[in-house]
Structures are given as structure tokens and as C-alpha cells.
Design a protein around this ligand. Structure first.
Ligand code: ATP
Ligand code: MG
Length: 583
């Protein structure tokens, strides 16, 4: 492996202040955020805006280098587009209105509208429609590593969800769908190589395409308990999907045992599922809960789920009869159009279409609101009790949960937390049609080009790597992105010329070997020096002391080792080189 050689200079701490902090800043919740502040990697300027300090920047540069090397190898070509983008392009794509408040809109001195780019589909499509005229120039895949701005509603967790952050974004253009598909597969493989080289444990999942649009899409997630996304994957196959997307396989209806009579029961002041469960002494999976949302035609639709299941908004808003994006009806609309309050809702005798989740549809003799304040029904059965009143159908509406059958029929589902570090899309012709990007084909006919886009959160990768690699003393960098390979720590150098000379010799010779070294030449207690280097997470450490040198030995310890070991001075260079190359 050659990852240790990135041409960053060796340093002495006297010329490379460390900015480490003893205490964890009170406002940092996430381990990676705390450690990035404590290790002196970043400092906050304002909400979601961070300065990268020297140690942090060295890590960031290594991440960029790995991404760049792999992108170049994949055949992609680097460009650099402006951060500030004219509103006209966004008006042409329709996103000036669609993107909402995450788009930072600005005006120049002539009162012309611009935005600070949250992404670059419009700019690259504009470039391609101007520069690429013939199918012979296709396919192309342009990428950049560049600063984005998104006015996130809740910037948090440091650089994990910042407002200004660095992204590697790539955009490919093609004459045919097949060509797009094949570049997409190359990018899929390239991303796997990048995240492997970065030392991350990750999962690739099928994803929803969200506001960027298009149809095929995969996300790359770093698994970590602190992740904001929930990932569903199979215990037995490589099926993995964002929970938003994972279809739930309907369970076959077993057939009813004994049908109970429908009964209206008084449930005074019992509104929530828990209230009703306690009051009627039943469990949530015997209750049907009803949510009222806007329909596609601006009237209302009822969505019914089992009491213990959660609505999947992404699935619901994809239904033809439901408004997209999903909008919940207000208390007032429910009162006006359906004549009931939210705490007493139920699917029976409801004056709107009813969509029932598959699992709720298998309920028998269940409980639901009676659409009358203070009353519920008991012994409800769909076909007997609903058929005469409402128009209803059964659909997949809920989020998949641990224990559900895997959608591919192999094994069952495990839900874990993930941090999205990369996202690839087959956009198709969404932007090229809107911006009229076409080329001449073999027959001289104009053809709208097909497009793919591929993003990696470069700054987020740094935080994610820490979420997977730390202990109580600090960060433990994967070798490939460590700010330095080796720490040299002299003990009482001031008192010993021999210690100083040996450290200087090591510093020089390791540099000649192309290894990146941080020599701590501060006149501080050894314990303080050790603590700083462990916090920063440098993988290899050598300690040079007079006592060791008297026996011709230097102490070595890997950041993950419990015990240090002694290495003869004459072997130390080779020993360290092998250690760095081996990891
Ligand atoms: P998220 O769901 O986390 O908001 P997204 O789907 O909006 O991400 P994309 O538009 O696909 O993200 O952007 C590509 C990559 O940029 C993401 O995979 C993520 O790693 C990174 N990213 C997105 N938003 C942020 C942010 N606010 N701070 C840091 N990195 C980000
Ligand atoms: Mg986002």
C-alpha cells in the first residue's frame, strides 16, 4: 500500500501548534464532534461553519487525495466550477422554486439573483450543452472537490451536518441509457474502493432519489450508532436498503378464528395509543391508528396503520391518491371535512378514502377510534364493518422493522444506524431536458443526453472515520488518513544531547523513507505529550529516552496496542517502515 506517501511535510510541534483541549466542549454531543474539537482539528466560526486547523486539514487532504486518485483511475476528469451560481439556471431547471430555504439566495450589486451552490447539476449541464456537440465526445464524467453551502434547518454534530462543507461531486453524460448504466456501475465500484481505502466499514443501500430526481440510486453508509439514517439489511443475503425504501412483504392472512361482534365502548379522555392500550388492557398491535393526510386532489385521505407501526412518508407520498410531498391535515380541516377530532379518529364511517397498511389489514377483532370524542370501537373486522361505508384498499405504508422478512425472500431484516457518506444517482434526462442539453447522434439528429451524478461528503467522511475509530483516550486513525504516520517523543531532551541527536536522526531518516513524522520537541512532561498524541490519534509512536538509549533501545507502541515494546536502535528504521507499510 502506498497511502502513507502524500507529500505532506514532516513537522516539529514547536512550529506546528496543536490546539488540543483537555475538556470536552459542552455543546458537542457526538464523539466525532467532541474529538475533532479536542484534537484541534476544527473550530466553529458560526452555526454550521468551521475552520479546519492544521491537524484536521492534513486528514482532509488525505481523504481528498484518495478520492482524487480513485476518481482519476475510473476515467473521470477533474474540473472546478464556481460556488456562486446564477438564478437563471435554477429557474430553467425549476429548482429555484422547488429547493426551498436550504438554498442560500444572494444578490449582487446590480440586484441580480444568485445562489451559493448546494450542488452543481445545473452548472455542469450548462457547460455540457455549450461545449459538447457530438455523440463522439461522449461519454464524459466530470468531477470536482469543492465547497457547498446548504442552509440546513438543523446544522449539528460539527462537520457531520454543516452548512458549508466539502463535497466531491461528479456528473456523467451519455447518449444511451446503457452507457449511463455502465458508468454508474464503474462509479459504484469506485466508491467501494474509495471507502475501503479510507478504512471505513460501510454498506451500500438502495435509496430514494429525493429532490434531486431520477430513478436508480444507491447510498453508501458508514455504520455507526450515531447515524441519522436507518438502514435495513438482510441477515442472510446482501440485500440492504434505506428503511424509507425497503418494501414490506405482506404476510398471508391466516383466516379468522371467531368473529366478535362490533361494540362501541366509552373511552373518556383516552387519546393516544398508549392511553387506549392501558384503558382497554390491550397491546398496540391490536389497535388500528388513523392518520389524515392531504390527497393529490387537495381533499383528504385516511392512512391506517397498526398501533405499533410507523408511517413511512416516502412510501405514502408515492401513492397516486396522496399529495407529494406528504402533508398532514390540520385539526381544523379534519373537523370541517370529517366532523371529528384527531384523538378519536377511526376508519369506520369516515367521509374519505381509506388506505390500510398490509399489516393493519390482517388485524381481526381490533380496536379503533369511533370518530366520536370519548369512544372507540371493539371487535372491528375490515370486510364486515368497513365495506358498506368507505372506499378502501390495502397498501405498503409502514417502515420496515427488525424481524420483518427480507424483501428478497432471504433471511430476516436487521435495522441499524448509518451515516450517509456517498450517494450515486442515474438521473436520466431530468436536467438535460430542462436545460436542453443535446448532442448530434450518428444520423445527425439532436438527442437529449442522459446524465448520472455521484457525490461524496468529503468533510463528513473525516467525522465518520472518527465515529468508527476511537477509544477513551481519543482518535485512532486508519493509517491511510492519519495526519502523521509516526510520533517521535523525546524524554527529557533538554537534559540529554544523546536523546536530541537520536530524535533528529530519526526525524531525518524517516523523512527520507517518505514517512510522515511529528516530532514533539516541547519541553513538557512525558505524560502530557503522550496524551496529546493519543488524542490526535497518530497510529505509531516511538519514545526516545536516555535510559533506553543506554541499552541501545527505542520504545515503540501502536495506538491500538496495550503494551509498548523495545526495538534495537539499529533496527528501528526498518521496523517502522514495515509497520507503516503493513497497515
Ligand atoms: P443528507 O440526507 O445527509 O442531508 P443528502 O441526500 O442531502 O444528504 P446529497 O445531496 O446526496 O446529500 O449530497 C452528497 C453527499 O454530501 C452526502 O452523501 C453527504 O455525505 C454529504 N452531505 C450532504 N449534506 C451535508 C451536510 N449538510 N454536511 C456535510 N455533508 C453533507
Ligand atoms: Mg440533505
Amino acid at each position: 500500500m502506498s497511502g502513507h506517501k502524500t507529500g505532506q511535510a514532516n513537522m516539529r510541534v514547536s512550529q506546528f501548534p496543536l490546539f488540543t483541549l483537555k475538556e470536552s466542549p459542552a455543546d458537542a454531543e457526538l464523539v466525532s464532534h467532541q474529538l475533532m474539537l479536542r484534537a484541534g482539528m476544527i473550530r466553529r466560526l458560526a452555526s454550521g461553519l468551521y475552520t479546519w486547523l492544521p491537524v484536521g486539514l492534513r486528514v482532509l487532504r488525505k481523504v481528498e487525495t484518495i478520492i482524487r486518485e480513485e476518481m482519476n483511475k475510473s476515467g473521470a476528469v477533474e474540473v472546478l466550477m464556481p460556488s456562486v451560481q446564477p438564478a437563471e439556471l435554477w429557474e430553467q431547471s425549476g429548482r429555484w422554486d422547488q429547493y426551498g430555504p436550504e438554498l442560500l439566495r444572494i444578490q449582487d450589486r446590480h440586484a441580480r439573483n444568485f445562489c451559493y451552490g448546494p450542488t452543481h447539476e445545473e452548472v455542469i449541464t450548462d457547460l455540457v450543452r455549450r461545449e459538447i456537440r457530438s455523440y463522439k465526445q461522449l461519454p464524459v464524467n466530470y468531477y470536482q472537490i469543492q465547497t457547498k453551502f446548504r442552509d440546513e434547518i438543523r446544522p449539528r454534530f460539527g462537520v457531520m451536518r454543516a452548512r458549508e462543507f466539502s463535497m466531491k461531486d461528479a456528473y456523467s453524460f451519455h447518449l444511451s441509457k446503457e452507457c449511463l448504466q455502465s458508468t454508474y456501475e464503474v462509479m459504484y465500484a469506485t466508491y467501494a474502493r474509495i471507502f475501503n481505502r479510507l478504512g471505513l466499514e460501510f454498506k451500500t443501500v438502495e435509496a430514494d432519489t429525493g429532490s434531486i430526481g431520477g430513478n436508480v440510486s444507491h447510498e453508501f453508509h458508514v455504520l455507526a450508532d450515531s447515524g441519522e439514517d436507518a438502514i435495513a439489511f438482510s441477515t442472510e443475503s446482501d440485500y440492504a436498503a434505506n428503511v424509507e425504501l425497503a418494501p414490506v412483504t405482506p404476510v398471508i392472512h391466516a383466516g379468522m378464528t371467531s368473529v366478535q361482534p362490533l361494540e362501541k365502548v366509552a373511552t373518556p379522555n383516552q387519546h393516544s395509543i398508549e392511553d387506549v392500550c392501558t384503558f382497554l388492557n390491550v397491546s398496540p398491535d391490536q389497535i388500528a391508528k388513523t392518520l389524515i393526510v392531504k390527497s393529490a386532489t387537495d381533499s383528504l385521505v385516511a392512512l391506517v396503520l397498526r398501533g405499533d407501526h410507523e408511517l413511512n412518508a416516502v412510501k405514502a407520498q408515492k401513492l397516486e391518491s396522496v399529495a407529494n410531498p406528504l402533508v398532514f391535515a390540520s385539526e381544523q380541516e379534519i373537523q370541517e371535512l370529517l366532523g371529528c377530532t384527531t384523538g378519536s379518529l377511526g376508519p369506520l364511517q369516515l367521509n374519505c378514502p381509506v388506505i390500510i397498511d398490509h399489516a393493519a389489514y390482517t388485524l381481526e377483532n381490533f380496536i379503533c377510534g369511533a370518530n366520536e370524542e370519548g369512544f372507540h370501537y371493539k371487535g372491528v373486522n375490515w370486510d364486515r364493518d368497513l365495506a358498506n361505508f368507505s372506499q378502501y384498499e390495502s397498501k405498503d405504508l409502514r417502515k420496515i422493522v427488525t424481524g420483518d422478512a427480507s424483501p428478497d425472500g432471504k433471511g430476516s431484516i436487521l435495522v441499524k444506524r448509518g451515516i450517509e457518506v456517498g450517494h450515486i444517482f442515474q438521473l436520466g434526462d431530468k436536467y438535460s431536458t430542462a436545460l436542453n442539453a443535446s448532442v448530434l447522434d450518428k444520423d445527425g439528429k439532436e438527442q437529449i443526453v442522459k446524465m448520472g451524478c455521484y457525490g461524496i461528503g468529503v468533510t463528513r467522511v473525516v467525522a465518520s472515520a472518527i465515529e468508527q475509530n476511537f477509544d477513551e483516550r481519543g482518535i485512532i486513525w486508519p493509517q491511510s488518513i492519519a495526519p502523521f504516520n509516526i510520533s517521535i517523543i523525546p524524554i527529557s531532551a533538554k537534559k540529554s544531547g544523546q536523546v536530541t541527536d537520536t530524535c533528529e536522526w530519526l526525524y531525518r531518516e524517516l523523512e527520507n523513507l517518505g514517512l510522515e513524522v511529528l516530532l514533539d520537541d516541547r519541553d513538557l512532561r512525558a505524560g502530557l505529550l503522550f496524551a496529546d498524541h493519543e488524542l490526535i490519534g497518530i497510529p505509531h509512536r516511538v519514545v526516545v529516552s536516555e535510559r533506553g538509549l543506554q541499552q541501545d533501545q527505542i520504545e515503540y507502541k501502536h495506538r491500538r496496542d496495550q503494551q509498548a515494546k523495545q526495538v534495537p536502535v539499529e533496527n528501528i528504521l526498518e521496523f517502522l517502515r514495515d509497520k507503516v507499510l503493513a497497515t
